[in-house]
Design a protein around this ligand. Structure first.
Ligand code: ASP
Length: 327
């Protein structure tokens, strides 16, 4: 009789039962955070620190997978198409808001292919140059750029990345076109900048603070409207102080899951994220690199999505007006 009843249970109900059971047990195996850039770079550093901070509240191992390339769209696409079970997450930055305008035809929809788990931090950027660059401030850099038109190259993490966005805005502000040299992330680009193989880069402080402090690169400006408090960066002027009006780029990071991840799993992930962002070690590590960990309100999924949509609305006209998108 039992067997007979079971055979009449609709498949959808059985599937729903399995999903509910899976959500209850979540997480029962390691969770992967996909980073859409190379290891050793600024996004990777945030992800590895976050993975460590998430381990305790989630009660499982959190692994970082670098799915780098195409300005951050390969990794984002990987997560958009991953099983919606909470075991594959994406840590991405401002690219989620600017990629759709900077690059045509990305293979996923930022607005509808993801569950938004919460924002993580805000990170300033810095304009940096190779060690032997014969300019010691932005005025001298502008003159050097004018003199060397057509010969200057600028590293970035590919079309659609934050360094691409900032680099394009920088070229626009300087009135000089440079040759973009794309890498799979600004980690490897930084190695080449320190070695003098490329001339300039705009990158997050989570990658540049150590190199600036060790004087392995020259720093010209921070991209935020206010100076930073990190000891290594506190004397670095803002682009606005140097007369470049309205130059204001801050990178946000957020955590995403594939669309359709069950609500109880999302809740567990969001709770764990909130706990991780209060971990004093995580906060200390981020602050030392110029990053500001967000408050609880911004770790709310609805707030995260609202913020990304507002960033899309903010950046789309700016990118179009500056004519810096790539067909
Ligand atoms: N900073 C990079 C970017 O330009 C990404 C990275 O390597 O983390 O988007």
């Amino acid at each position: 009789m039992k067997k007979l009843i079971q055979s009449f249970v609709p498949a959808a109900l059985l599937a729903a039962g399995t999903l509910a059971a899976a959500a209850q047990d979540f997480p029962s195996k390691p969770i992967t955070i996909v980073v859409p850039f190379a290891a050793g770079g600024p996004t990777d550093k945030v992800a590895r620190d976050l993975a460590e901070a998430l381990r305790k509240p989630l009660g499982t191992t959190v692994i970082v997978d670098n799915a780098a390339g195409a300005g951050g769209s390969i990794g984002a696409n990987k997560v958009a198409k991953a099983p919606a079970d909470g075991y594959t997450l994406l840590l991405h930055h401002i690219g989620m808001a600017t990629m759709p305008t900077l690059v045509r035809n990305i293979p996923f929809k930022v607005e509808s292919d993801f569950e938004y788990l919460g924002l993580v931090n805000d990170v300033p950027m810095t304009i940096i140059g190779k060690p032997g660059l014969p300019a010691n401030n932005l005025k001298e850099l502008r003159e050097w750029l004018q003199k060397n038109k057509g010969r200057v190259n600028l590293g970035n993490a590919g079309v659609g990345s934050a360094s691409h966005l900032c680099g394009m805005l920088f070229q626009h502000a300087m009135g000089v076109e440079m040759t973009a040299v794309p890498y799979k992330g600004t980690g490897p680009a930084m190695t080449d900048l320190m070695g003098g193989q490329i001339d300039l880069m705009c990158d997050q402080t989570t990658n540049t603070t150590g190199a600036i402090e060790a004087k392995k690169v020259k720093v010209f400006a921070v991209t935020t409207p206010h100076r930073l408090t990190v000891p290594a960066l506190k004397d670095v002027p803002t682009m606005q102080e140097l007369g470049v009006k309205d130059f204001n780029v801050t990178i946000f990071h957020g955590l995403y899951a594939p669309k359709g991840t069950p609500a109880p799993v999302l809740k567990k992930l969001n709770d764990a994220l909130k706990a991780a962002l209060k971990d004093p070690d995580f906060i200390k590590r981020e602050e030392a690199l110029g990053a500001v960990v967000v408050n609880d309100k911004r770790v709310e999924p609805a707030e995260h999505k609202k913020f990304v949509l507002s960033e899309i609305n903010k950046w789309t006209p700016l990118i179009k007006a500056a004519n810096i998108y790539v067909e």
